[in-house]
Design a protein around this ligand. Structure first.
Ligand SMILES: [Fe+2]
Length: 340
């Protein structure tokens, strides 16, 4: 790392990772909102509408902090919300055991409620059986996969669902348990020093991005709709050419995935620029060790994220993160992306 890059990091990182501890009164109000949500089925249209309505009553200062992700003041926001939440149950062995949020309903509700401040929470029909809230917890047999349910290898950094035009604008990660302080690694595009020549290449449609493995049928139940998996297979087979950088030069947007982005065949300049970008991101990753009850909200167009490796115990005390995707634009009638 050059001295110049090091100086930039000291300047930029504190601005881009923002922390907020809501006041006791704000916590009290959030608990009241969770009571209003009660046992609403978040997967049904009335439940989603109710969430949108309740989200309007989130305390103003807390709402302002959440909006800091939207207006570019922070790429990563961490809210400490432990006092709003009950003691969690033991970490289950599989996301299917969570039974659509029934295992820790307040956690699902809080995650969806606060992410709804930024827009519309949506689900993919091809991920975790089309659930609105995904559970990232270690699953036996997935240890070495590139999945949120792996453990023994780093989950390499990525834009969430980088392959898709309608990927999330914001990603919410609510920590249920993390006694081993496993790190979520993040890097904001603002932190990268990219040469003018590389930026020109990276801003051109000279790359393809294929769907990651979490959208494959074998990581879902076998009895769900196969049409959507056909769409995923088509995107894997014939991905469109895209740029990996876009937006303004002062505050660039990024669309990249360590393992699923490749240059167009034979484009050596695109390959070299991507290699330099990848090494640049590796050097600038910052580890955020989420504690129980902390909610991290990321700008998915500015920040890539991943997870460091850890050793699972499968004894109910492993790391457990709840995740949801939020879209800033409201597209009525499209609450799933590939049509559950
Ligand atoms: Fe992710």
């Amino acid at each position: 790392m050059t001295l110049g890059e090091s100086a930039s990091l000291r300047h930029l990182h504190p601005q881009s990772i923002r922390r907020y501890q809501p006041r006791p009164q704000e916590m009290h109000e959030v608990v009241q909102l969770l009571r209003r949500i009660g046992h609403t089925d978040l997967l049904r249209p009335p439940g989603v509408d109710k969430l949108q309505e309740v989200a309007r009553s989130v305390p103003p200062d807390l709402k302002r902090e959440i909006h800091s992700v939207r207006n570019g003041r922070s790429g990563v926001l961490v809210l400490s919300l432990k006092d709003c939440l009950p003691e969690p149950p033991r970490t289950p062995r599989h996301w299917k055991d969570v039974c659509n949020g029934q295992l820790a309903p307040q956690y699902d509700s809080l995650l969806v409620l606060l992410c709804s401040v930024l827009g519309e929470v949506f689900r993919w029909s091809t991920q975790q059986d089309g659930r609105l809230v995904h559970d990232a917890l270690p699953i036996r047999g997935h240890e070495y996969e590139q999945l949120g349910t792996s453990s023994m290898v780093d989950l390499n950094w990525h834009t969430e669902d980088a392959f898709h035009e309608h990927r999330a604008d914001y990603v919410g990660l609510l920590c249920v348990r993390n006694v081993d302080c496993v790190a979520t690694s993040v890097c904001c595009a603002d932190w990268l020093e990219i040469s003018r020549a590389d930026a020109e290449v990276l801003r051109s449609p000279r790359y393809v991005i294929r769907p990651d493995n979490s959208h494959l049928p074998r990581y879902n139940s076998t009895d769900i709709d196969t049409t959507s998996f056909g769409e995923i297979a088509a995107l894997k087979e014939s991905p469109s050419r895209v740029a990996v950088l876009f937006g303004s030069h002062q505050s660039p947007r990024i669309r990249v995935d360590r393992d699923f982005v490749t240059p167009v065949d034979g484009d050596d300049d695109a390959s070299a620029a991507l290699g330099r970008l990848n090494r640049n991101i590796e050097r600038n990753l910052v580890d955020v060790r989420l504690k129980a009850g902390e909610l991290c909200i990321l700008d998915n167009h500015r920040v890539v994220h991943g997870r460091r490796a850890f050793s699972p115990r499968y004894d109910g005390t492993d790391r457990w993160i709840k995740q949801c995707n939020t879209r800033a634009l409201v597209l009525r009638g499209h609450d799933t992306v590939t049509g559950l």
